[in-house]
Write a protein that binds this ligand. Structure first.
Ligand code: PLP
Length: 391
């Protein structure tokens, strides 16, 4: 887009189509170059000493990593974005950057399990006190904050169980005592929720999921507001977790079609969730965009859409019935991760939960609804529900 004709406040789809890279900065090519780099040359000793040029070394960013980081900044409304080699590194690097021995860290209990492992193993060993809180804490949250609470870590909706939390209220309370608020925003993507607009300081993504969209790479990002950017960037450079150009290029390419793919994931998932709700083998569907879900009011207030990941309870089922369900699926694959074009199913294990124990009444199955025909997905689920012997 020629800058002189650019709209002042472009819509989301326009940003996704034109964000990140200015074609005129590289001979007019619509896409950015993929730079493979360690060494960057300086013209003379004085420049080398002052480091007064845009790029200085491969770990410190290239035109390719910048293109993706700028795109994510535009989507998140952030001051800066770090790009790291996995979604998990996008969680561990900010936590390491903002916590020290003797600090207290509040973490929502409905949490991506590897985040919990990092907190319980690495952070606890460093002398940081981790406290998990119930996503249903409500106004009680303010009472959990201490003088040494330095970070509040959120994930919404909750991992696998999809509880909503009052993010602006938690952010406001946390700022009263000076804590930095981070959120794993992978489920919503910046299209359906912009955390920084709701008081969050750092928004985290597994770019592995919808932004890449094709189940062929792992990458992560963390985007900070003005107040937290310098410290986040410093932690990133100091720890050395830089992302590679080929992966950044692939994620940027994925993001060009993110709005179109997400609209389909959303539509297909809502259709299948509604169908599952009325099946006799299904005790409960956990999806915050269903009007009778306990999280619906908060989701409706703060989010502008829902993605393709939700869970349901296979009625009265134990592991054997859940296994029969999973093994009967032919279109859905059995596999970890999500956000790609293909549908997936997993049996959820909630044994790691401390306070938010999740639903009772059967086995919890998580579905990622892909871009297939919903008719085929429903036939597949119908066969598997029958084969499970549940209900
Ligand atoms: C997948 C995932 C991650 C981690 O991403 P990886 O790239 O697999 O390390 C983090 N948070 C959530 C919510 C995820 O689903």
């Amino acid at each position: 887009m020629d800058k002189k004709d650019a709209p002042a406040d472009p819509g989301v789809r326009t940003r996704l189509a034109h964000g990140g890279h200015d074609p005129r900065s590289f001979h007019g090519f619509v896409n950015p170059p993929v730079v493979h780099a360690s060494t960057v040359l300086f013209p003379d000793y004085a420049t080398m000493k002052s480091r007064d040029q845009q790029y200085v070394y491969g770990t410190r960013g290239t035109p390719t990593t910048d293109a993706l980081a700028h795109m994510i900044d535009e989507m998140e409304g952030s001051a800066g974005t770090i790009l790291v080699p996995s979604g998990l590194a996008a969680i561990s690097v900010p936590l390491l950057g903002f916590l020290s021995a003797g600090d207290h860290c509040l973490v929502v209990d409905a949490l991506y399990n590897p985040t919990r492992r990092f907190c319980d193993n690495v952070l606890a060993r460093m002398g940081i006190e981790i406290e998990y809180f119930d996503p249903a804490v409500g106004d009680g949250f303010a009472n959990l904050l201490r003088e040494n609470t330095k970070v509040v870590f959120l994930e919404a909706p909750g991992s696998n169980t999809f509880e909503m939390i009052d993010i602006p209220a938690i952010a406001a309370a946390s700022h009263q005592t000076g804590a930095v608020v981070m959120i794993d925003n992978t489920w919503a993507t910046p299209l359906f929720f912009r955390p920084l607009d709701h008081g969050v300081d750092i928004s985290i993504h597994a770019l592995t999921k919808y932004p890449s969209g094709h189940s062929d790479l792992v990458m992560g990002s963390a985007s900070a507001n003005e107040a937290c950017w310098e410290r986040l960037e410093d932690a990133h450079f100091t720890i050395g977790t830089c992302a590679q150009g080929d992966d950044c290029y692939a994620v940027l390419r994925g993001m060009r079609t993110l709005a179109l793919r997400l609209a389909e994931h959303e539509r297909n998932a809502l259709k299948i969730a509604a169908w599952l709700k009325v099946q006799k083998q299904v005790a409960q569907v956990l999806h915050p965009a269903l009007p009778d879900d306990p999280g619906y009011a908060l989701w409706k207030r703060d989010f502008s859409g829902s993605s393709g990941l939700f869970s349901f309870v296979l009625k009265d089922a134990g592991e054997a019935q859940a296994a029969a369900f999973l093994d009967a699926l032919q279109v859905f694959g059995l596999g970890y991760s999500w956000g790609g074009y293909e549908s997936l199913a997993v049996l959820v294990n909630l044994e790691d939960r401390v306070v938010a124990k999740g639903p009772a009444g059967g086995a919890l199955i998580r579905l990622q609804i892909g871009l297939e025909d919903t008719t085929d997905l429903i036939i597949d689920l119908e066969r598997a529900l029958k084969a499970s012997g549940a209900g």
